[in-house]
Design a protein around this ligand. Sequence first.
Ligand code: NAP
Ligand code: ZN
Ligand code: ZN
Length: 349
Amino acid sequence: MLIQAYGAQAGDKPLGPMQISRRSPGAHDVQIDIAFCGVCHSDLHQVRAEWAGTQFPCVPGHEIVGRVTAVGAHVSDFSIGDLVGVGCIVDSCRHCNDCDAGLENYCDGLIGTYNFPTPDAPGHTLGGYSQQIVVHEHYVLRIRHPEEQLAAVAPLLCAGITTYSPLRHWKAGPGKKIGVVGIGGLGHMGIKLAHAMGAYVVALTTSESKRVEAKALGANEVVVSRNAEEMALHAKSFDLILNTVAAPHDLDALLVLLKRDGTMALVGAPATPHPSPNVFNLIMKRRSITGSMIGGILETQEMLDFCAKHGIVADIEIVRVDEINNAYERMLKGDVKYRFVIDNATLSA
Ligand code: NAP
Ligand code: ZN
Ligand code: ZN
């Protein structure tokens, strides 16, 4: 079936309208009319070929929400009309240690929502800047938020789970001091989630303008990281720093803020490497630097349910699909509070 989509034909070309095809639903497939799709900084990295290996045409988008329009004969958990989401994963091997552990995100056979091999045309997956998607039932998430919040739920499918998973893994909660670095799409969700988990949350930002806003998101304190004196007040005090910054930067200035045995989890994925940290900042206090990639399917459902229970959604600005190139420029300038979400109805306008 041919549908409308928005994507790029090359890394140095703007995104524009295109037609793509979607397979007919197989026995285990769920067909979804996409209502909204969040705009992740990863979309920009990938479609502009900042990361290696972008396949063109590239249709980004992995923060997908919408309604089920058809289900395959063997699908029992979803029915036509259900509100559902699809995040960064549309398939995996389903039999390795990672899949068995519910950590499909670490499966070597992971198939991402865009830019991964598929038997479907054109040979690689195409994402949520499109009218419709067909996904195996295992990778479809149930949305329990009220329908009015649907657009603001979309960013939970990547920004939400990518911050929720490391916060849970490194046990954010009462008595823990958590730093969230880079208050963009991921970072603003990190603040909301760590706050809801009961942790003491400090936002670290390069933007003076976010000093007040980050508190409204749930931060107990805000540090403008360009100010060395403010940073020094937090030396050796954090249990966990969740670093979401999308560009290379000095990791040492953050490492020294960790207490003994503290951890800095990198989730930001800049196109070029960070300058190497000073090994003494690791040795002296047995600190760790680690990374984390999105989250598994079960955990993504757990995160969605946690957010529904706590009334958590993203702070969003809805855009028309033909505003996407400008939205990317604004995202690069940090001019988004805090996630763009495409109204996919504008694909047919
Ligand atoms: P975003 O909305 O653009 O937010 C990034 C934030 O980083 C900005 O708001 C800004 O915050 C800060 N920042 C940007 N440039 C900076 C610079 N040069 N120096 C210092 N701080 C800077 O991006 P996002 O969608 O949250 O994504 C963030 C990163 O995570 C991207 O690299 C994306 O690809 C990656 N990502 C990874 C995963 C994963 O699974 N690990 C999943 C999704 C996304 P302040 O104004 O507060 O400083
Ligand atoms: Zn993403
Ligand atoms: Zn697997």
